[in-house]
Ligand binder design. Structure first.
Ligand code: MGD
Ligand code: MGD
Ligand code: MO
Length: 684
């Protein structure tokens, strides 16, 4: 490409709060160094340990170089094949299935968040351009929380993190930014220096809790009960914000009546707190304003996850902590996603904008893919997804995959998912392709340009979609509507509208090459106090929730009808510092840190169970068991177990447990991964 020194702009496309803008330095076509981009107004020139390690990922000795075919599937007998052979095998199968079934419904796509860039939607665009196909829908990450926000506010906004500098109280509710969102910590530390008090609410005394001024250790899933207790205290002592409630909420009378019927004693028992803790939080919410509450994604991966988030939203609303600088509920936003998403919109002529999807639940994929009959799914395309490590019900999933006639995975490495595929296609990494990424947390949009030639024979997901389209159109003109004649840059161009340019204060997307831009949205979420709900106000009583057979009340106590006495402990698998989901673990520097997975338990529980420190124990439930080393920890709630580092083998304990919400806004219920009930015993 170039034999001189080059500096190029990139953006980390991983599923992460930070979406860092990166500068790449290359020499003679070799990437030499990466740094954070100081022009990024949120990350301010800093990366994380993984980001600084990108060069080791790009030139990793295990990185895939060429398309390969494994025969038979699962044998590890991989043979290198050419791109044209690969595309021919794949398109031949697509055509064969089309001729057999008279539709493309036997083709399924399972894509998720390995790369969050807009151009990575190309494969979905390609599937759309075929006609109706089967697709993984729903969201494994934040579905129940998003639906809760939808009922309460009608939409999704966050405040800039600078806003938190005005907070007097910061509540980190089920979020662990020291591990999962390190750039946020600088803002939190600064707020602390200015006098803000930070309270962390978590079943684990996390690294974030250790940096906080107060820590409330809750039982997993009991946040709704905790919120009910706090709300009852506020009502009893008439501490609520009458003016805010009257002007900006609906349903207060109904909600107030409802929570008066709920028992304080039950609520305290459920969350395992004393009234002093309740009083402390209530007083912070009412007398030490403004209060910012940050709700993490971890706490809503629970059967009650959606309702628990509604409860926290209600607390913020009844105390008037919304819409003012330094206050608000932070979760995630969609306000910066202003792309045209033209990349998804290439359709067969006769289909217009009709739905082109036969949905398969992404969270219950193992079961739901087998439910699809007439025709059954016979071809599976997996991309940006490590299905075998990031799904529930993995044993069932392996069985489900057996009935596929062709499985293709697009990847960087031989992952657990690649091992059960027939063909693997090597994907470009960020330093080799064009891309644009908008954050779901802060408000910055960044561009990614190629710095180096593609690694050996790797291609971008977009190029792969185009190759498929081209080959299918040789079979029959117009068989695929996905364009084959546009360059990456032309695809980018089509993602921007005049309105989006105005909001970024640029005239052309190439100006992003000078540095990331902030989308012009208010710095404080819901600053205008105009909500997108049917009433235009915060809905403490939601008719929409009621219509969807959920509790209409923003605060409620939810019963769990299942008897967990055989599996009385909750096993948490939290997101870890030296990986993003399943990515980066294979870097040498992290392999040393992420060594043997261990289960952490409270010494009192260990004593009760006769478990000695550092011995092997059995962790089990109705789905199976794992043998693992036990470590004592005073940081873990006494009814909770914590496994660190996470290991795919633990997934066999997890079947899909739907959370209460998610279907209405994402097409599938959330995944209550943190409702993993187990038992533990000495290894006999
Ligand atoms: N047990 C358990 N399961 C979980 C979770 C958990 O905490 N525990 N968390 C859940 C959550 S919150 C999430 S968000 C999901 C994440 O689920 P996934 O999105 O599946 O997870 P990742 O590991 O981030 O990415 C998947 C793969 O994408 C590949 N990849 C990266 N870039 C590209 C690219 O440009 N092209 C292609 N084709 N591939 C690429 C990576 O190499 C990686 O193997 O997992 C969910 N599943
Ligand atoms: N380094 C790193 N960063 C990441 C990721 C990663 O894997 N590694 N993943 C990215 C992705 S996809 C996501 S979704 C986010 C996740 O990042 P976070 O939003 O921080 O979510 P988690 O780490 O899943 O869980 C956060 C905390 O919730 C607690 N928790 C679990 N259940 C409950 C509960 O019922 N109540 C309460 N109060 N707390 C509970 C856990 O103990 C944990 O400390 O991070 C993103 N950033
Ligand atoms: Mo996630």
């Amino acid at each position: 490409m170039d034999n001189t020194n080059r500096t190029t702009r990139h953006v980390c496309p991983r599923n992460c709060y930070s979406s860092c803008s990166i500068l790449g330095y290359s020499k003679n076509g070799h990437l030499e160094k990466v740094t954070g981009d100081p022009k990024h107004g949120y990350t301010k020139g800093l990366l994380c340990a993984k980001g600084y390690n990108y060069i080791n990922q790009v030139y990793h000795p295990d990185r895939l170089k060429y398309p390969m075919r494994q025969y038979p599937r699962g044998s590890s007998n991989w043979q290198r094949i050419s791109w044209s052979e690969a595309i021919e095998i794949i398109t031949d199968k697509m055509i064969e299935l089309y001729e057999r079934y008279g539709s493309h419904l036997s083709l399924a796509l399972n894509k998720y968040s390995g790369n969050m860039g807009v151009l990575h939607h190309a494969i979905e665009g390609f599937f759309n351009g075929l006609g109706k196909t089967s697709r993984a829908v729903g969201n494994p990450c934040w579905a129940s929380g998003m639906e809760a926000l939808y009922y309460d506010y009608g939409g999704y906004q966050t405040s800039d993190m600078e806003d938190i500098l005005d907070a007097e109280t910061i509540i980190l509710w089920g979020v662990n930014p020291v591990w999962t969102s390190i750039h946020s910590m600088n803002y939190i530390y600064e707020a602390q220096k200015k006098g803000a008090k930070v309270i962390t609410i978590d079943p684990i005394y996390t690294e974030t809790a250790k940096k906080s001024d107060a820590f409330i250790q809750v039982k997993p899933g009991s946040d709704g009960a905790l919120a009910v207790a706090i709300a009852k205290f506020i009502v009893e002592h008439e501490l609520y914000d009458v003016e805010f409630i009257e002007n900006h909420t609906v349903g207060w009378i109904e909600l107030k009546e409802h929570i008066q019927l709920l028992s304080m004693e039950d609520a305290l028992k459920e969350c395992g707190q004393r009234i002093e803790a309740i009083q402390f939080i209530a007083e912070r919410l009412c007398h030490h304003k403004p209060v910012t509450i940050w709700i993490g994604f971890g706490m809503q991966r629970n059967k009650k996850g959606g309702q628990n988030i509604r409860a926290i939203n209600a607390l913020a609303a009844m105390t008037g902590n919304i819409g003012k600088k330094g206050s608000g509920v932070q979760f995630g936003q969609r306000a910066t996603e202003k792309f045209t998403f033209q990349i998804l919109k290439y359709r067969q002529n006769n289909e217009g904008d009709q739905k082109t999807i036969r949905p398969i639940d992404i969270n219950d994929f193992a079961v739901d893919v087998q439910n699809q009959q007439d025709p059954p799914v016979k071809f599976l395309w997996i991309t940006c997804r490590n299905l075998l490590t990031q799904s529930s019900n993995t044993e069932e999933l392996k069985r489900a995959l057996e009935s596929m006639e062709l499985i293709v995975t697009v990847e960087h490495f031989i992952t657990e998912t690649v091992q059960v595929s027939d063909i693997v296609l090597p994907a470009k990494m960020l330093f080799e392709e064009w891309e644009i990424v908008a954050s779901y947390w802060h408000h910055w949009v960044s561009i990614n340009q190629p710095a180096i030639e593609p690694y050996y024979g790797s291609k971008s997901d977009l190029e792969i979609a185009q190759l498929l389209s081209q080959k299918l159109n040789e079979y029959q003109d117009g068989f695929s509507a996905f364009p084959t004649d546009l360059t990456d840059e032309e695809f980018i161009e089509r993602e921007f509208s005049e309105e989006f340019y105005e909001q970024l204060h640029i005239k052309n997307w190439r100006e992003l090459l000078n540095g990331p831009r902030r989308v012009d949205v208010p710095k404080t979420a819901w600053k205008d106090l105009h909500f997108q709900t049917p009433s235009g106000k915060i809905e403490l009583y939601s008719t929409q929730a009621k219509e969807n057979l959920l509790s209409p009340f923003g605060l409620d106590m939810m019963e769990d009808p299942i008897d967990h006495s055989h599996y009385p402990y909750t096993l948490l698998l939290n997101h870890e510092p030296f990986r993003i989901n399943s990515q980066f673990q294979n870097l040498n520097s992290f392999k040393e840190i992420n060594q043997e997975p261990c289960v952490y338990l409270h010494p009192l529980l260990a004593k009760e169970k006769g478990i000695l420190r550092d011995t092997m124990v059995k962790v089990f439930n109705e789905n199976g068991s794992v043998i693992i080393r036990a470590k004592y920890s005073n940081d873990v709630h006494h009814q909770t177990l914590f496994i660190y580092p996470n290991h795919p083998v633990i997934n066999k304990l997890i079947t899909f447990t739907p959370s209460d919400m998610g279907h209405f806004v994402t097409g599938g219920k959330g995944n209550a991964l943190n409702n993993l009930h187990v038992n533990i015993e000495r290894r006999s």
